[in-house]
Every structure is written in C-alpha cells, then in structure tokens.
Design a protein around this ligand. Structure first.
Ligand code: FAD
Length: 207
C-alpha cells in the first residue's frame, strides 16, 4: 500500500489529505501536525477576537481530528517533523508533548507547512507588553487573554489580509472593535484603503 506523509494539518495539508483519500481510497495517509488543532480557519481569527460572542472559538475549527480519523486519515497532532531523508524516504518525528522520537517511512511526501509570522526585530522597552503575532489559534488564545475593552494596543502591519471578498478589511479594525466588512470596505486599492482609514479614525484609532 502506498504511504503518503503530509506535514502540516491546516488548509493545504487537510485539503490534500481529504482529496487524496477521495480519489484513492486505498492510500495509507498520515498527517503530522505540530499544533493541537487541525483544519482551522486563520481567516476567522480576527473576527473571533473582535466579537467572540458572535464567532466563538470553536467555530474556527472546520473539522475535528476525530472526524478526519473516521474518514480514514491517520492524524497525529503535537508531532513535529524534524528531518526528512528523501533518499531513505523516512521522516524523523518528535512528539511535542513527550519529546519522544520516532521514524515514519513514506512513499510520497507533501510539505504543507505554511508560513510563519515575521516578528519585527526592534528594541522593546523593559517592562513593555510583548509583541505578539496572530497566525495560529494558539496566538489568538494568547491575545484573547490580553485584550481589554478599555485597553490600548499598537498593531504593527495594517495590510489587507488575503484577496477574498469577505476579507478586504484591515485586520486591526476587526480585532479591536468587532468591526465587520461592509460594502465600501470590499473595494480594493487606494480608494478602499482611504475609506477604511477614515472609518478607523472615526473609531478613534490612530492609523
Ligand atoms: C489572521 C489571518 C487572517 C487571514 N485571513 C485570510 C483571508 O481572509 N483570506 C485568505 O484567503 N487567507 C487568509 N489568511 C491566510 C490563510 O489562513 C493561509 O493562507 C492558510 O492558513 C495557509 O494554509 P496552509 O495549510 O498552507 O498553512 P498554515 O495554515 O500555516 O498551516 C501549516 C501548519 O503546518 C504546521 N507545521 C509547520 N512545520 C511543521 C513541521 N515541521 N511538523 C509538523 N507541523 C508543521 C504549522 O504549525 C501549521 O499548523 C489569513 C491568515 C491569518 C494568519
């Protein structure tokens, strides 16, 4: 039986796993994912942070680990691939929880490891709050613990996230005000940015 190893279990990894299972039911598919959750929508995280009552955390996860397993996809969360030997067709895997090492053989391999947030290298004053990224569910959980309605936040980076219709808005506006995209904010380019900046200023944000 052909064994397919997929590294990374969010959008690309789980879509590939589900598609491979559908097209070739006899494949042996193993997904290794270092985070505790799989198949979550990073796109929804700003909304969920901005308005947790409307968009609870659980809604960010499209399909659970158990659901994938029921569909015949072997899935190991909290397992990090440390090394891949392409000629021996073997991956070295470490359990994030126990630190235990194992070797996983494969016939085919897919790297669906995504990207990491760029942490700006700049001096931070002693005692200042940390500069945190927003890439994963864990990042969102950390931020959720820090956001206070009367608090003050500095957001580094105010670009459009993605190109889909729903996402043409600035991340920070949804993060801290529960702001939702409306028709005017779906416009792209300079005009869209101008409208958005004026709305953010009206919300007493400094842009
Ligand atoms: C806040 C935010 C908002 C976004 N909004 C939108 C939007 O509105 N529209 C849009 O189109 N896109 C949006 N995106 C982008 C979209 O979420 C990403 O393009 C998508 O998640 C990429 O999926 P991926 O599977 O390629 O990678 P990722 O989602 O990064 O998943 C890769 C996974 O692999 C894991 N991994 C990495 N290395 C290893 C390893 N060695 N071993 C095991 N596991 C490993 C990572 O920890 C991660 O869990 C947004 C992203 C963010 C962060």
């Amino acid at each position: 039986m052909t064994r397919v190893l997929i590294i990374g279990g969010i959008a690309a990894g789980m879509k590939a796993a589900a598609t491979a299972r559908r097209r070739q039911p006899d494949l042996d598919i193993l997904v290794l994912q270092d985070e505790p959750e799989v198949s979550y929508s990073a796109c929804g995280l700003p909304f969920s942070l901005g308005d947790p009552a409307a968009i609870p955390r659980a809604k960010s996860v499209a399909r659970s680990v158990e659901r994938f397993r029921t569909d015949g996809i072997d899935l190991r969360v909290r397992h990090r691939v440390e090394e891949v030997d392409l000629s021996a067709r073997r991956a070295r895997v470490r359990s994030v929880v126990s630190g235990e090492l194992s070797a996983e053989p494969f016939d085919q391999i897919l790297f669906a490891t995504g990207a990491q947030a760029i942490q700006p290298r700049m001096p931070v004053a002693e005692g200042a709050p940390p500069v945190l990224p927003l890439r994963s569910l864990a990042d969102a959980d950390r931020l959720r613990g820090l956001i206070r309605p009367d608090g003050r936040a500095v957001i580094i980076g105010g670009g459009y996230i993605g190109r889909s219709r729903r996402s043409r808005f600035v991340l920070c506006s949804s993060l801290f005000t529960g702001f939702r995209p409306c028709a005017s904010h779906r416009r792209t380019g300079a005009e869209g940015m101008r409208i958005l900046a004026s709305r953010m200023i009206a919300m007493e944000m400094r842009v």
